[in-house]
Each structure stands twice: as C-alpha cells, then as structure tokens.
Design a protein around this ligand. Structure first.
Ligand SMILES: Cc1ncc(C[n+]2csc(CCOP(=O)(O)OP(=O)(O)O)c2C)c(N)n1
Ligand SMILES: [Mg+2]
Length: 284
C-alpha cells in the first residue's frame, strides 16, 4: 500500500469513526462495538480495494459487500455517506420512522447497500449466491462477505462456507470480524470457537489472519487474496469490539449501548473532538 493511500484511508477511518459515534449519540442507542471494530476494514475497502461508483450505486461492474452482521449498519452508512452515496445529513435519521437508514442494512432502502441482513447467518448464503452468479457470468467483480464471530454460531454460515469453498469461488473474500465478543458475553463464555484459521483452512479456504485495526495489514491481505485464483479466500480480522475509543473498548457490555448518562456522553464528546482534530490535521 502506498503512503498516500494509507494516509487517505487513515483519514477516512477517522471520519467514519467520528460519524458512527455522532449518529449513535444522536439516536441515543445502538450497535457501537461491532460497528467500531470494522472501521479500518471499511476505510481500506472504500479507499482502495472496492470497485464502486457513488453516482451509480447499482453499477453492474461494482464489487459487492454483504455485511452479514447487519446490526453494524452504522459503519456501512458512515462510509457510504463519506464517499458521497447520499447526503451526510441522512446519518442523523438512523432508525427514525421512514428513514433510509434502518438499524440493520436493507438493500431496498439505502444507496450502496447490496444485501438485506440482520438475521445472523443469512448473509452468508446471500453472498454465496451473489459470488456464484458473478462467477457464472464471467464477471470480474468481487464479493466481500463480512461476518461476526458470534454470528458464526449460526449453522447456516458453515453450510454457506462449504458451498463457497467447494465451488472454489475465488471471487469471494470472507472476513471474520474476530472481536471476541457477541451480544451477551464473550465468545469464550457463550460458545468457544476453536481456531478460525484452522477451521477455514479445513473447509478449503485460502486463509490469512491479520490485525483488523491495521489498515496496511488488511490491505496486504486483500492484495494477497486477490492473487489466489484457485480457491475461496478468508481473512480473519483480529479486532477489538469498540475499537479506537478506550471507553467503548473497555465497557463490558459494548454490543448495543444507550447514551443515557453523563459518562457515555462525555466519552463520546471527547472522542469526537479528538477525531475532528485528527481530521483537521489530515486535511491540512
Ligand atoms: C438469527 C439471529 N439470532 C440472534 C440475533 C440477535 N443478535 C444480534 S447481534 C448478536 C450478536 C452477534 O455477535 P457478533 O457476530 O460477534 O457481532 P459483533 O460482535 O461484531 O457485534 C445477536 C445474538 C440475530 N440478529 N439474528
Ligand atoms: Mg463479535
């Protein structure tokens, strides 16, 4: 990854992180932890890796993103708004009645969203179908499937992975957001997962594991995956739930939080101010 690309992606990550915090604080509640863990992935995809056109969201030759952990809608909305798919003012309508930005992603409501998700597991099958259809058409487009580690409790994920691997869909890159936590506890407490790299390799995926908060590492892994034309790809992202803001990283229950006390509002205000300062420096 070139230095300018990393700089651009780092700046986008700061904007996306700020927007996620601002929209959730404005709404008063929402899925903060699993949105923040994906900021660096989204920043790399939308700066460098993803073929997309904000002026033409349904461009046939675009790459597809299936955010199977659809509750992380805020991170997808933030990056789409920053890239100009729709006005940034929409971010403040998250989950309002009649909004174009529902709490979980919906392909019929939001420009740039390719899959309707939220019922965990189902996006994996959607992505399998999309990647298969694109491969059959001889398309050069990639399908990026993003799943949560808690989501992997759903058996449907493993059915879809078996299909994606068996059909050698090298146009599909599966990202596992390994943030070690799910809704009501840690992965270890709820259902220990063993080793994702070993599991995905056993299924037939070309599998890598990287620091999921390191944009250059993510980018390098995607580049390597794109060199592989003989099997499906998986990148395990070693992430932190609530990443980038100590208050949210350290909160025990950081899946969906309420902005109903001084502490959370102060932590959010401070984080937004620090990110705004970083953005200003980056743009100077
Ligand atoms: C089929 C289904 N069961 C349960 C839920 C409720 N639910 C929403 S998010 C979540 C936890 C997901 O954990 P993980 O995939 O690790 O997400 P992240 O940590 O990235 O937020 C659960 C159980 C759901 N949305 N769908
Ligand atoms: Mg998780």
């Amino acid at each position: 990854m070139k230095e300018e690309e990393l700089k651009e992606a780092t700046l986008l990550a700061a904007k996306v992180r700020r927007d996620v915090l601002a929209m959730l604080q404005h709404r008063g509640y929402g899925h903060v932890g699993g949105s923040l863990s994906l900021v660096e992935l989204m920043a790399d995809l939308y700066t460098k890796q993803l073929r997309h056109d904000p002026a033409n969201p349904r461009w046939e030759e675009r790459d597809r993103i299936v955010l199977s952990k659809g509750h992380a809608g805020p991170v997808e909305y933030s990056v789409l708004a920053e890239r100009g798919f729709f006005p940034k003012e929409w971010l403040m309508t998250l989950n309002d009645g009649g909004t174009r930005l529902p709490s979980h992603t919906d392909r019929l409501k939001t420009p740039g969203v390719d899959a309707t998700t939220g019922s965990l597991g189902q996006g994996t099958s959607e992505a399998a179908g999309i990647a298969m259809a694109l491969a059959l058409k001889g398309s050069a487009s990639y399908t990026y499937l993003i799943v949560g580690d808690g989501e992997l409790n759903e058996g449907q994920c493993w059915e879809a992975f078996q299909f994606i691997a068996a059909k050698r869909l090298s146009n599909c890159i599966v990202f596992i957001d390994s943030n070690k936590k799910q809704l009501d506890g840690t992965i270890e407490e709820v259902l220990p997962a063993f080793d994702y790299v070993e599991k995905m390799r056993a299924f037939g995926f070309n599998t890598q594991k990287v620091d999921g908060q390191d944009i250059a590492a993510i980018d390098g892994a995607i580049e390597a995956a794109k060199q592989n034309k003989s099997s499906a790809n998986c990148i395990v992202l070693d992430t932190i739930k609530g990443a980038g803001v100590p208050y949210f990283e350290n909160a025990a229950a950081n899946h969906s939080m309420k902005w109903n006390n001084e502490e959370i509002n102060k932590a959010t205000d401070e984080a937004i101010a620090a990110l705004d300062a970083q953005i200003e420096r980056g743009e100077a």
